[in-house]
Design a protein around this ligand. Structure first.
Ligand code: 16G
Length: 293
């Protein structure tokens, strides 16, 4: 059986081994259309992961292949008919699995050209033992970051902000909400609240809030961070360019100055498919620890 695959020009040759049949045509997008007679979808035996309805088994099979790197961003799926024949399921089953994967942002459908593996957002690791800023985390990985401002200004504080930031009566709050991106890929939404005494002019904040605080000697030295799993609501999903209900992480960071005063209270929403929070664990002082020899 012959399948049609799209390859980015730089990746032509991927999945091809000696003796395989390759034909390249130029297409509108500047990508190359490759006709190959093998590759992941041409493998002889298809064993779907067991359990649940057939369309979900097929969906998991495709997701696993992407996770393993057997098929990658930009790769095309075979046609509905070819895939149904290959996996030995009905076209309705294929259509249901593909629609679900498109909804989850795993696949994209381009009118007239087919169904492709969607671009994968880069995964980012953040240490849970160091108090770093978003800009620093990304710079360490050589990733350029930018922010799109969603809100910044001075407001009357909510009761929650008054309590957490320890605001005195009549004190305003500076609210700073940003979409954080690397290139065109949104990674997180950050909604920070600080006392207006510390940040009297939110417009003066440049690319980095922590750099701005550093300048006035108000960079936090300690923080408590709470991380919770969440399914993204419509507004956040739209900003992060993922499907409504996708997995996300809700993070609350309360940061302190050396004096013990709370300087920042930030609620962030991170895309679940882009972030790994990593903590180093050491053997504690429990009776079970220590050398028994
Ligand atoms: C991090 C912090 C956030 C802080 C921001 C400052 C988490 C979950 N959040 O993203 O609380 O406001 O860094 O980054 O880590 P910036 O200096 O680049 O603006």
């Amino acid at each position: 059986m012959v399948f049609y695959w799209y390859y980015k020009a730089s990746r032509v040759g991927f999945n091809l081994t000696e003796g395989q049949d390759l034909r390249l045509d130029t297409c509108r997008t500047g990508e190359a259309l490759a006709e190959v007679s093998s590759g992941f979808f041409a493998e002889d035996r298809v064993v779907l992961p067991q359990g649940g309805p057939l369309y979900l088994q097929l969906k998991r099979w495709i997701e696993d292949a992407i996770r393993r790197g057997d098929i990658q961003a930009g790769d095309a799926l075979p046609s509905e008919r070819d895939l149904a024949a290959k996996v030995d399921v009905s076209r309705v089953t294929v259509r249901k699995a593909v629609l679900q994967l498109v909804k989850d942002g795993v696949l994209v459908q381009r009118h007239g050209s087919g169904t492709f593996v969607a671009p994968q957002a880069p995964r980012v690791e953040q240490s849970l033992s160091q108090l770093t800023s978003f800009t620093e985390d990304m710079a360490r990985r050589g990733m350029a970051v930018r922010a799109e401002w969603l809100e910044r200004g001075l407001y009357l504080p909510s009761p929650e902000e008054t309590v957490i930031l320890g605001l005195s009566s009549g004190e305003q709050v500076a609210r700073i909400s940003r979409l954080r991106l690397t290139g065109d890929t949104p990674l997180a939404i950050e909604r920070a609240s600080l006392s207006a005494r510390i940040v009297p002019d939110p417009e003066a904040i440049g690319d980095s809030l922590y750099r701005h605080l550093d300048k006035s000697g108000n960079r936090p030295i300690r923080a408590i961070q709470r991380i919770r799993a969440a399914n993204l609501n419509e507004q956040d999903a739209q900003l992060l360019q993922v499907a409504v209900g996708s997995a996300g992480l809700n993070i609350e960071r309360t940061s302190y100055l050396a004096s013990g005063r709370v300087i920042e209270f930030t609620r962030s929403v991170y895309r679940g498919d882009t972030y790994d929070f990593v903590a180093e664990l050491r053997l504690g002082d429990s009776p079970a620890s220590g050398d028994k020899a």
